[in-house]
Design a protein around this ligand. Structure first.
Ligand code: TYM
Length: 335
């Protein structure tokens, strides 16, 4: 609890091109709930290097992502928006928590299995202990709430297990975080293979709408989205491609699936798909414009990066020092 408010932590990787799934599953919810919490939003660049990155590209993407957080509506004065790599406490706590995490637990992580299969030539130890760094991110700020998409639930569960294990030995050091999953948009699927989640790393670019796609591209991808031959607008698991489009439409417009079915009653996919494209473009176009405007203001963004890294480090170090004392590291000598 900070200044009478509970604490919220979340983060996104600066890897690949961000998708509509990242926006609807995470960023959009962050903006909605940020006023009620003390929020820390990190650009988790340390997580990104579990997969090989081009240094110049990573640096650029990290900055784009940071400005995107602000462009989406997160006030950088009220919310602490910072680069994970600027706060060394993340790496330090991750090391300690590695010693409280079992190989068996990490072996069960589905994201590790997926990524290891995709990058068979580079199954590095960082990829394996990735969830421990994520636990460190969350626990450093004593976060009560962690807004994420459904795919991160397993990582949230292991975070709680690690925290509980540590607390049962050393007393109540860590707050046990809860996941916050939005009512709509928590799992946006690929437009081409509706059984798979929409992902930055999808080889088929038509499966994902990228946050930086122009309007023509968005419209084209929506028109080409895989549906079925039923031809009626129904929200049902039997029509997974259409269901995903309805989810996207609802998340972008604030309408419910029932309202959407009524709106398109008697109409076909030929009318619905362009409407989805328009709804997505109505969200993404202003986001892109604001992002471009902020990017041009280099001094303003630099100021935010510096101030927020200091603020994040202050809170993170408080927890880290406490943990170090608990486990028996020698006290620092002060003059
Ligand atoms: P990342 O960068 O893969 O994704 C960022 C956020 O977007 C959500 N998301 C989706 N939501 C709905 N539908 C989709 N298709 C979709 N794809 C992605 C993710 O659930 C996530 O909320 N490990 C994390 C980053 C991280 C983190 C943390 C998150 C590192 N430390 C601490 C929370 C707290 C990740 O790779 O997310």
């Amino acid at each position: 609890m900070l200044d009478g408010k509970k604490t919220l932590f979340s983060g996104m990787q600066a890897t690949g091109n961000l998708t509509l799934g990242n926006y609807l599953g995470a960023l959009k919810n962050w903006v909605t709930i940020s006023d009620e919490y003390n929020c820390f939003y990190s650009v988790v660049d340390m997580h990104s290097i579990t997969v090989r990155q081009d240094p110049a590209v990573l640096r650029k993407r990290a900055r784009t992502l940071l400005t995107l957080y602000i462009a989406a509506g997160l006030d950088p004065v009220k919310n602490c928006i910072y680069y994970q790599s600027h706060v060394s406490a993340h790496a330090e706590l991750a090391w300690i928590l590695n010693c409280f995490t079992y190989m068996g637990e990490l072996n069960r992580m589905t994201q590790f299995k997926d990524k290891a299969a995709k990058h068979a030539d580079n199954i590095n130890a960082g990829l394996f202990t990735y969830p421990v760094l994520m636990a460190a991110d969350i626990l450093l700020y004593q976060a009560d709430l962690v807004p994420v998409g459904i795919d991160q639930m397993q990582h949230l569960e292991i975070t709680r297990d690690i925290a509980q294990r540590f607390n049962s030995t050393y007393g109540d050091v860590f707050t046990l975080p809860e996941a916050y999953i939005g009512k709509v948009g928590a799992k946006i699927m690929s437009l081409q293979e509706p059984s798979k989640k929409m992902s930055k790393s999808d080889e088929n670019p038509n499966g994902s709408i990228y946050l930086m796609d122009d309007k023509d591209t968005i419209m084209r991808k929506c028109r080409r989205a895989v549906t079925d031959s039923a031809g009626i607008i129904r929200y049902t698991d039997e029509q997974p491609g259409l269901k995903n489009l309805i989810d996207i439409y609802c998340a972008c417009t604030g309408k419910t699936p029932d309202e959407t079915m009524k709106e398109f009653d008697g109409k076909g996919y030929g009318e619905f798909k362009p409407a989805v494209g328009e709804a997505v473009a109505a969200i993404l176009m202003p986001l892109q414009e604001e992002q471009a405007r902020l990017t041009a203001d280099k001094a303003y963004i630099d100021g935010i990066i510096k101030e927020n890294a200091e603020k994040a480090a202050y809170y993170a170090n408080k927890t880290l020092r406490k943990v170090q004392r608990k486990i028996g590291f020698p006290d620092r000598i002060r003059n």
